[in-house]
Design a protein around this ligand. Structure first.
Ligand code: HSE
Length: 407
């Protein structure tokens, strides 16, 4: 029997207990041993819930119990989670977690501590909820040079954007629904401003490049400025608007960003709707692959956490090799990265626009009309460097909005 302890009895923690209890036989068989939840740590009481029998409030009970071999950190937040995880690894316990803030910030350090102590630190649920993506990147796609990873990495914003497009729903109403369904972060700013997706693409890029990518270095834009009119133009371009986290390696420079993009209906990410997430990967041998599934929610996220528990029980006494060095990866200059942009400008109609001015500022553009939209003109630029585009926009009068057009 292998004893485990679950830190945090919130949405994911209670999901972990439910997954193990519901699929106990399957879990035991695949782990090759009986998985027993010995403790649940939480500050709260859960009167009437059978979990109360194994509930503890003091982490030291778990840390000092040599019978606990796996610690499951599903508390969220960087501290005290980071300290608890570090202590567990140093005490010779394997750890798995769904905590993307902690993994993005301390992943390299915790992987090294696990290696030094011949235990494991796994974090499948930290990106893409229930979708297997960490294990495919670290254990399956090991012979490829991966030059792109682009994903819809946040369920809440994908849900909001899908409802805005399909139902013309207001941003605030859909956000409220997503919160009620348990998808959103406690602070929804983390979802809608792109911070959550930023941590996730930083984790994926660190793994692909084998070196630390600081999320603070990732250019991040959210979806709060996206309007119904933007969607009308996206539709006219045979696309939709998606919040993407993207890593691309272009001429040996690594570029990473999170931003809304107009995604063409020809791209597989276009078809990823509602709370679903997907991660598109391009490798030089593999070509294209996409991993799709539920990126948020209690049981899908818990399913990924429990898959890590199974892996850790299977690899007891043996460290699973992962390459994520702590030295910070130097990113390419964001201003040099080229994209096409959808630009909307105020004008009575298209004849009022001085096309020479547009050409001088943005080069050759493609004008685009959207049914029912008056008093403005819109166009799509050729690929322009981010820095040059920013300067052109600052010097151009009457710009209503811009969205990158890219996939
Ligand atoms: N708030 C996150 C989301 C939860 O909406 O995707 C999963 O990380």
């Amino acid at each position: 029997m292998v004893n485990i302890a679950v830190l945090g009895y919130g949405t994911v923690g209670s999901g972990v207990v439910e997954v193990i209890q519901t699929n106990q036989e399957i879990v035991n068989k695949r782990a090759g041993d009986e998985v027993n939840i010995k403790y649940v740590l939480d500050l709260r009481e859960f009167e009437g819930d059978p979990i109360q029998k194994i509930l503890v409030h003091d982490y030291n009970v778990i840390l000092n119990d040599e019978d606990v071999k796996v610690v499951v950190e599903v508390m969220g937040g960087v501290e005290p989670a980071h300290t608890f995880v570090k202590q567990a690894l140093e005490a010779g316990k394997s750890v798995c977690t769904s905590n993307k803030e902690m993994v993005a910030k301390h992943g390299a350090e915790l992987i090294q501590i696990a290696k030094d102590n011949n235990v494991n630190f796994l974090y499948e649920a930290s990106v893409g909820g229930g979708i297997p993506i960490i294990r495919p990147l670290t254990s399956s796609l090991t012979c490829d040079d991966i030059t792109e990873v682009s994903g819809i990495l946040n369920g809440t914003t994908n849900y909001i954007l899908t409802k805005m497009r399909d139902q013309g729903a207001a941003f605030e109403d859909v956000l409220k629904e997503a919160q009620e369904m348990g998808y959103a972060e406690r602070n929804p700013e983390a979802d809608v401003e792109g911070y959550d997706a930023c941590r996730k693409i930083a984790i994926l890029t660190s793994l692909v490049c084998g070196q630390q990518v600081d999320y603070e270095d990732v250019h991040t834009e959210g979806i709060t400025k996206i309007t119904q009119q933007d969607f009308e133009y996206a539709k006219a371009l045979k696309g939709s608007i998606k919040l993407l986290g993207t890593y691309q390696r272009i001429e040996d420079k690594v570029y990473v960003m999170v931003a809304p993009f107009v995604v063409s209906e020809k791209h597989p990410l276009y078809h990823v709707n509602d709370v679903f997430n997907a991660v598109f990967v391009h490798g030089n041998m593999l070509d294209d692959a996409m991993f799709y599934g539920r990126g948020a929610g209690k049981l899908p996220t818990a399913s990924a956490v429990v898959s890590d528990i199974v892996d850790e029980v299977k690899h007891m006494g043996r460290n699973i090799m992962q390459i994520w060095e702590p030295g910070k990866l130097e990113l390419g200059n964001f201003d040099d990265w080229k994209h096409k942009f959808l630009v909307r400008i105020q004008s009575e109609d298209i004849d009022d626009v001085n096309m020479d001015d547009v050409k001088n500022a943005f080069g050759d553009v493609l004008y685009v009309k959207a049914p029912g939209i008056a008093n403005e003109t819109a166009f799509v630029t050729a690929p322009m460097a981010e820095g040059a585009f920013k300067e052109a926009i600052q010097n151009f009068e009457g710009v209503i909005s811009t969205v990158r057009v890219g996939f």
